[in-house]
Structure formats: C-alpha cells, structure tokens
Design a protein around this ligand. Structure first.
Ligand code: NAD
Ligand code: GLY
Length: 366
C-alpha cells in the first residue's frame, strides 16, 4: 500500500477484489495496456461526459483499440442530473444495442458523476461487468474512483440507489487536471483536506505548508498528495469495504451537513466539494460545542480551506429545511442524527448522540 518515487502504484488489498491505482503524469494514454494486464479485453465501452469526451476520453478509447476487437465511446450530458434512473436506463439500453455481453468491459472516464453512474451500470448490467476507472477531476482521483461505491440519485435523496462494485483498476493522470475549471479543482481540494483532518495530521501540515504549489497545480505536489489520499482511502476501504464497522464512515466527515446543503440549495448550485468544505467546518464547530476539540482546530481548517479558495459560510437557506434534509441522510441510525466529529487533528469518531437542536445551533453560529 505504499508508493515509491518511480512508480506510484497504490494497491487496494481486497483479496479477490484487490486492484491497483496507477498514479502518474501523462499515463492516461497507457490505459489500454494497464487494463490488458488486468482483464481479458475483447469489447470495451468507454463512458464519458460531453466535456471530457474530446479532452481525454478519445485518448483512452484509442489506447484500448490496440488491445480490443471493438471499442465504443458513449457520451452523456455533464453534471449531477446524469446520476438518474433515466440516464442509467438509457445506458442499459445503449449497452444492449452495442451487443454488450459479460466479457465486455466498462471504462469510466470523467469525474465522480461518470464514475458513479458508469460504475452503477457496470454493477447492474448482465449481473455485473468488469470495469475500470479513469478519473479526470481531482475529487474523483482522491475519492470517488477508489473504494467501489457506485450509484445514482433519487429526486429526494442523493446516492440512494447503488452498490459496492470495485473497479479492476484505476488510472490517475495528474495532467488531465490542467483542463479542469478552477472551481472544480478547488472543490476536489476539500476532499484532500478531509483526509488530513480525519487520518493524517502530518499530511494536513504538508498541505498548510504547500498551498502555493497546490494552488498552481504543480504536478509533483499533485502526484504526492493524490498518492497519499489514495493510500489512506485504500487502507480504510480494505478494513471496512461495505461500511459495516463504522471505520469507512470516517470518510463522511462533514458530509451530514454537506448532503443537506446540496439538497436544500438544489443539486448543482454548490459543488459537492464546496459543500464538503462548509460541512467540515460545521462538523468541527459541533465537535467544539460538545467539548471534543478546542477552537484552534476549527480555525486551522478554516485557514487552510480559505487559502485553497474554498467557501466556508453556511448557505443562506431556511435552517428548518437543512435540518429536515439531515434527518433523511443515510447516516441517520434509528432516528438519530449521526456525525463524524474530530477529537484531534488526524482522528475522528462516529457520534450518534447529538441532539438536533445542538446541530441547529451550529447552523446559526456559522
Ligand atoms: P463531475 O463528475 O460532475 O465533474 C465536474 C465537472 O468537471 C463536469 O462538468 C465535468 O464534465 C468536468 N470535467 C471532468 N473532468 C474534467 C477535466 N479533466 N477537464 C475539464 N472538465 C472536466 O463532478 P465531481 O466533482 O468529479 O464528482 C461529484 C460526484 O461524485 C457527486 O455525484 C458525488 O456524489 C460523487 N462522489 C462519489 C463518491 C464515491 O465514493 N463514489 C465520493 C465522493 C463523491
Ligand atoms: N466517499 C466516501 C466513501 O467512499 O466511503
């Protein structure tokens, strides 16, 4: 699970579902070779979105052509709305038209929306197809492409329909981040900061000390931080693949608030990572309020998030609506709100005895 300087391969050690994450600069055109070493290739379907199609997905398709008899490239609309049952159904029909069978492979090339959607379609079509992830947003590279959570949204509840379906491998090329809009790039940085708070104080400090390089997308620092995030995620996922023991839930730091903000503001207004940024600060303030940490930890997070260009203020919406949305969150256990709260930098715990009125106070405070 460690990365060396010459070869950034992170292994996700999940026994028969174990796989490699290849992290490099300029390695996207080698996706075909990477996949051919890990699966029998005959027919590949590359699923992407309209923005990533010509920027990066055609190169992935070309690289697969060397190893496959047939490669199809299927493009869907960009954005969260594509994580819908209608879009999944359209893709299932498309796969049928393309004569997809159980030997075909799916390759998701795009951000978290494409990874979640294409992964869900891969998990469900013909009782499950081999799939690979080629994440092209920072958020997808450090989080959504690793760990096998795939799914779509219901109009009333995000990520409510889904599966655990591990990829056969993940190809991460930091060069693709050069074309990523600045707001999307920053949104991914929120998930990067999250790893420092929940699991690795030294990594948090490294981010604090390198904000200028991170902000200018320096490929060397990007490779190092993406590798560390993938190592941390691989470790968590290998110990609690299906989020049963509570360990994997630490990855949801800030997400109880975040999902509510996304829902109440209407999906798309706040980017997921932006909502994570605000949600982490709310969770940290909540931890302060219940005596788990002192305010210096919240202040450090705020300073880092601001230095990375992320929003920190609770959206100006009705707090009753936010509370109602939080009650619907998947982490509500037996009617109780559950939060991931820090106890110190690099350590968080799942807490389920927070009274709703206390969580509500935090919204007013922030
Ligand atoms: P996204 O997939 O919508 O991508 C953001 C935008 O960037 C899109 O417009 C896309 O077309 C564009 N884009 C992608 N790569 C690009 C590139 N290299 N250059 C130019 N444009 C590019 O959003 P996201 O932030 O990557 O993912 C958010 C989704 O991820 C949410 O649905 C969230 O629920 C999900 N998610 C899933 C997990 C998981 O474990 N499965 C974890 C975190 C988030
Ligand atoms: N992004 C949270 C998880 O993968 O569990």
């Amino acid at each position: 699970m460690t990365a060396s300087a010459s070869q950034n391969i992170v292994r996700v050690p999940l026994h028969e579902r174990a796989y490699d994450i290849d992290i490099g600069a300029g390695n996207l055109p080698d996706t075909g070779t990477f996949a051919a070493r890990r699966a029998t290739l005959s027919h590949a379907i590359v699923i992407t979105d309209e923005h990533v199609h010509s920027l990066h997905a055609t190169k992935v398709a070309t690289s697969l052509e060397t190893h496959c008899q047939r490669v199809d490239l299927v493009t869907v609309k960009a954005g969260e709305k594509s994580k819908s049952i209608e879009q999944a159904q359209w893709l299932w029909n498309k796969l049928l038209q393309l004569k997809t069978d159980r030997k075909s492979i799916i390759v998701a090339v795009g951000g978290g929306v494409i990874g979640d959607l294409a992964g869900f379609v891969a998990a469900t079509f013909a009782r499950g197809l081999t799939f690979f992830q080629v994440p092209t947003t920072l958020l997808a590279q450090v989080d959504s492409s690793v760990g096998g959570k795939v799914g779509i949204n219901l109009p009333e509840a995000k990520n409510m329909i889904g599966a655990f379906w591990q990829p056969h491998g993940v190809v991460i090329d930091v060069q693709v981040l050069e074309t990523l809009p600045i707001r999307e790039y920053r949104a991914g940085l929120a998930e990067v900061v999250k790893y420092g708070v929940i699991l690795d104080a030294a990594f948090f400090q490294l981010l604090e000390e390198n904000t200028a390089d991170v902000n200018r997308r320096d490929p060397q620092i990007l490779r190092a931080i993406i590798t560390r995030c993938c190592e941390l995620k691989a470790e968590v996922v290998s110990q609690d693949e299906r989020e049963e023991s509570g360990l994997r839930a630490v990855l949801n730091y800030g997400h109880t608030f975040c999902h509510a903000f996304e829902y109440v503001t209407g999906y798309g207004q706040l980017l997921h990572g932006e909502a994570v940024s605000i949600g982490m600060l709310c969770a940290s303030r909540l931890a302060e309020r219940v005596g788990r940490i002192d305010k210096t930890l919240t202040e450090r997070q705020k300073q880092l998030l601001v230095a990375l260009g992320l929003p920190t203020a609770v959206p100006d919406v009705d707090h009753d609506d936010i509370m109602a949305a939080m009650q619907r969150d998947k982490k509500v256990a037996h009617g109780k709100l559950r939060f991931v709260l820090p106890t110190q930098l690099g350590h968080v715990e799942l807490v389920d005895d927070i009274k709703p009125e206390v969580a509500r106070e935090i919204l007013q405070q922030a």
